[in-house]
Design a protein around this ligand. Structure first.
Ligand code: MN3
Length: 247
């Protein structure tokens, strides 16, 4: 990417204009330290790639704030619930989310939001990466069988992402028999709440794209496919069919 187009990319975001000439250098440095995370059973998983690894599709500033602040907030809330209700950490996340009625009513909505947010974001970081490849093998067969091929999958997924009203997610869910479907969820709901798993999903909360794309959610949805790590998704598909997919 030329310096000019990079400047255009960042120039519109207020607050980034002053560093527009060297955004990669600036964003590669550590941001001011986030508040220390309280101890607890839940943790934000390590990212596995640099904050700037998904540029130009997702900028480093968005990635860093999203990972270290937004995801951390869900984990912090979840750890606070676990202080008085340690049983929510005793079972796998999929089991808790799959049976929310077993969670005490006083904390049920909070656990739904914070554990759903933790699961959604853990999946999100995992299924992205800097060298994503293309759908292949079993996943490609399932996409062709259930979603009408790769191009139709992407256009239907993007259309669904645009239809999410307000904050939410668009997923390709996978059932235990391997069947795929494009599904939307509000807030931080996760397909685990319906006994399914997310094969992949995209976060369409504004915090996921606003610094770079402002109101252009459609452009974000289109560009996001360049960040998808099909090697990991192939592994997730096999795990989903085996009943071992935990995120
Ligand atoms: Mn998010």
């Amino acid at each position: 990417m030329s310096p000019i187009s990079r400047r255009d990319l960042f120039g519109a975001a207020a607050g980034f204009a002053a560093v527009a000439a060297t955004p990669r250098l600036v964003f590669a440095q550590a941001a001011p330290a986030a508040p220390a995370a309280p101890a607890g059973p839940f943790k934000v998983p390590a990212l596995g790639y640099a904050f700037n690894a998904l540029e130009p599709h997702i900028d480093a500033g968005t990635m860093e704030i999203h990972n270290t602040r937004h995801h951390q907030a869900f984990v912090t809330n979840l750890n606070n619930f676990a202080k008085d209700n340690p049983q929510i950490a005793d079972k796998p996340v999929a089991e808790v989310l799959g049976n929310l009625n077993a969670v005490p009513e006083a904390i049920r909505t909070g656990v739904r939001n914070s554990m759903g947010g933790h699961a959604n974001h853990a999946m999100f970081w995992e299924i992205m990466g800097p060298s994503g490849g293309q759908p292949a093998s079993d996943v490609l067969e399932a996409i062709n069988r259930d979603l009408g091929g790769v191009d139709k999958m992407k256009s239907d997924f993007n259309a669904a992402g645009l239809r999410v009203f307000g904050s939410g997610w668009v997923f390709i869910t996978v059932a235990r028999d391997g069947k795929l479907a494009i599904e939307m969820r509000p807030g931080q709901d996760n397909p685990m709440m319906d006994g399914k798993r997310a094969l992949l999903g995209n976060d369409v909360w504004e915090h996921a794209y606003y610094l770079n794309y402002q109101n252009r959610r459609g452009d974000y949805l289109t560009a996001w496919w360049n960040t998808v790590n099909w090697t990991r998704i192939t592994e997730r598909y096999a795990a989903a069919k085996a009943g071992t997919l935990s995120t």
